[in-house]
Design a protein around this ligand. Sequence first.
Ligand code: PEP
Ligand code: MN
Length: 364
Amino acid sequence: MRFVEFKPMSFSDRNSLTLIAGPCSAESLEQLRTVAAFFKRWNAHSKDGMKVNALRAGVWKPRTRPGSFEGHGEKALVWLRNIKQEYGIPVATEVATAQHVALCLDYRIDILWIGARTTSNPFLMEEIAQALRGCSVPVWVKNPLSPDTALWMGAIERISRYSKGPVGAVHRGFGMYDSAPYRNAPLWEIAVEIKRLCPGMPLLCDPSHIGGKREYLLELAQSGLDLEMDGLMMEVHPEPERALSDKDQQLTLPEFEGLMERLVVRNTDTLSGKMSRIRHILDEVDDELVQVLSRRMQLVKELGKLKRDENFSVLQLERWNVVVARVLANAERRGLNAGFVKQVLDCIHSEAIRLQKDILQGKE
Ligand code: PEP
Ligand code: MN
């Protein structure tokens, strides 16, 4: 595959982090004024010169389930235009169709982003890209819902082919069968890969949509920065508990300020910076190991109950021999040491037998 050359970014000073923050949805002019006034004050005294570069607010909300709040549409574009004029802060919103792009250009919205559900659809991406022909408005492309680097790259390439403006990427996690405790699995390796594929392109971390709950935002934002991402997109709301969308993941204004104060911007070029990068990925892999073990033991218990009901014995050696052979062949294909994998399997097997014995003896 040939990747387009990425245009240099001009969202903000390359030496500082880009920060886009604001409510999930634009709910009223008052709500946006409260947030904008807060950012203006915060920008004037924040530590290390960190600044909110743009206020985000969704105007058209792509909802997974029907019947939820779908945004105020064009009316909210008028609010955003007012905010920009009143507070002098650039405004950003999500576009999901060519018509959205045309309206945002009419209202002089400063920055656009493409949501995860839209990035996943090449037909929509092509239409949006064509609507941006010759435009210089910056566009941030969120990752698609599925962990598919090529789909993400494809969306970025389509925008870059038509638009004259800067293009960046936003990592917002991936929809997985089991992403606990987060709303979306970070799969940090994919974010690292997209940076490797397009070294000149800025990448933001969106801890709000990864975490899904405000308690995870600090650790996720920190991981994003430690992995050399170029900034953050975050959801901030004056009263999250009354938000019309994504209420559990939006920070209050003081919480946003507190989080920013606790974030550490490390030098990622140092040895400890490089180690901490790898450790974030290792932590995620360890969490995946626990998820997989827990799923396996759940299934083992289900099987144990069937064995109990049908009066089967716990140990069925023939079946276990087949399992071992199959797993060892797979391990070999992946270059893993057979002795090590066999030891892990034995350990898992003895725990499975213990659990099933308990079930057969009526302890569970
Ligand atoms: C959003 O930013 O509010 C949004 C809908 O994000 P995503 O596309 O990442 O779900
Ligand atoms: Mn949201």
